[in-house]
Design a protein around this ligand. Structure first.
Ligand SMILES: Cc1cc2nc3c(=O)[nH]c(=O)nc-3n(C[C@H](O)[C@H](O)[C@H](O)COP(=O)(O)OP(=O)(O)OC[C@H]3O[C@@H](n4cnc5c(N)ncnc54)[C@H](O)[C@@H]3O)c2cc1C
Length: 388
């Protein structure tokens, strides 16, 4: 093959890096092309909360497998560890109690530890948190959070160690097709790279690249601000676990013991978006958005914690930062063969909750390329959208 690979992966976020690693490990000649560096996009800004709790079984299964891969990075990549197992705590109100209880039961059957806590038991486990409107809490002791930047780069290095070529600071300008078939990519410097298969794992830049071969998916991009709270030496006292509150619509976690990261929650991370969540902060151009966070935005986030975790109101506000969510219409990721052309696999629309599943999605994509359809990806097929 001229100037080519078996597979080109576009984008070295968590999914592209993992896909390249698993393809290389399977003996496939793979080139990973990244316009900046691994985790240079949303993956590097991810809060990277890890949990198995999802209302959709396939997301739970991908999360459980994603955690296994992250935890095994010391063996896979010879470096790490990138997972902090401080546990993940959820609370919900009456409206979700039945569905969450059933999901917790299912997830226990899938092999993850998941404790169902009464409001009183939650209060005992979470001193400093109030019980207002809590009908049920779920506790996932094996989960917590990951170092998203470190883990993504470690997986990319493992891909290279297994034979993958990584082109950093190299932008793909366009996809290439001949008739019904994808044939490769053209780089911004004009170089054409040929491949039998292209995996498009370009997050918020997906539509731009699909447009170069006349295809589209109904994706959009949202700006997601994070508040960073100064909590030197007491971050883990105030916020002892990774946290998600489906009542006050917020989430948080400590970062080591120095700061607490906090954001607002639209519900999509369970696999079901809150009806009232709306579609705020649309971003037209992923290369041009406000990466800083105004203090007023941080205050707005902090206010959602005021009744649940009063101690957070005493913390100082450091400069925050904003990342991009690449959103699908149903908040579920879009993964699989792209309709309209052969040999193009797309992974996009991770909708703000795709870090924890990313290592497993990359693995499933590698199997999709080498072995054929993967049942675990069925709910996420791009063909579910009429516009595809
Ligand atoms: C602030 C924030 C907090 C989050 N918190 C969580 C969380 O707690 N838990 C969780 O599970 N998820 C979370 N997420 C979501 C999660 O980070 C993403 O779903 C996930 O990282 C997406 O990974 P990806 O590999 O699909 O894509 P991306 O990380 O978007 O990677 C795409 C890559 O493609 C590259 N690229 C794009 N165009 C080109 C081109 N033309 N040529 C070459 N390269 C290109 C980009 O530079 C980028 O590196 C959060 C996201 C943000 C922004």
């Amino acid at each position: 093959m001229r100037n080519g690979s078996d597979v080109i992966v576009v984008g070295a976020g968590i999914v592209g890096s993992s896909a390249a690693y698993h393809l290389a490990k399977a003996g496939v000649k793979v080139t990973l092309v990244e316009q900046t560096h691994p985790a240079g996009g949303p993956s590097g800004k991810s809060s990277a909360l890890l949990h198995a709790f999802y209302l959709l079984p396939e997301l739970s299964q991908l999360s459980i497998r994603g955690r296994e891969i992250l935890v095994s990075l010391p063996e896979i990549a010879g470096e790490g560890s990138f997972v902090t197992e401080i546990g993940m705590m959820w609370v919900c109100g009456n409206d979700n109690e039945a569905s969450w209880t059933a999901a917790a039961e299912r997830i226990r059957g899938e092999g993850a530890r998941m404790e169902t806590l009464s409001p009183q038991a939650f209060g005992d486990a979470a001193p400093g948190f109030t019980l207002d409107n809590v009908a049920l809490a779920l506790w996932e002791p094996e989960f917590g959070y990951a170092d998203a930047f470190g883990a993504t780069n470690a997986i990319a290095r493992a891909a290279r160690a297994n034979g993958a070529t990584i082109l950093q600071n190299t932008a793909v300008e366009s996809l290439q097709r001949q008739g019904d078939r994808i044939t490769g990519v053209t780089l911004a410097n004009g170089t054409v790279l040929e491949a039998d298969t292209v995996v498009l794992a370009a997050g918020p830049w997906t539509r731009r690249l699909l447009a170069t071969i006349g295809l589209d998916l109904p994706l959009h991009v949202e700006r997601h601000p994070m508040a960073v709270l100064d909590a030197a030496g007491r971050a883990r006292k105030v916020m002892p676990f990774a946290w998600c509150d489906d009542i006050s619509c917020n989430y948080a976690r400590p970062d080591n013991d120095g700061v607490i990261l906090a954001g607002t929650w639209a519900g999509g991370g369970t696999g079901l978006r809150h009806e009232h969540a709306g579609r705020p902060r649309l971003v037209e151009d992923p290369d041009n958005y406000m990466e800083g966070v105004e203090e007023a935005e941080s205050v707005e986030i902090l206010e959602t914690f005021a009744t649940r975790v009063p101690a957070m109101a005493e913390l100082g506000i450091r400069p925050g930062y904003a990342g991009l969510y690449d959103m699908s219409p149903d908040d579920l990721p879009v993964i699989g063969a792209m309709p309209g052309v052969e040999s193009l696999v797309v992974s996009a629309g991770s909708s703000g909750h795709g870090f924890k599943t990313g290592p497993a999605v990359g693995e499933a994509i590698a199997k999709l390329v080498t072995e054929g359809a993967q049942p675990i990806l069925t709910p996420f097929l791009p063909s579910r959208f009429k516009a595809a």
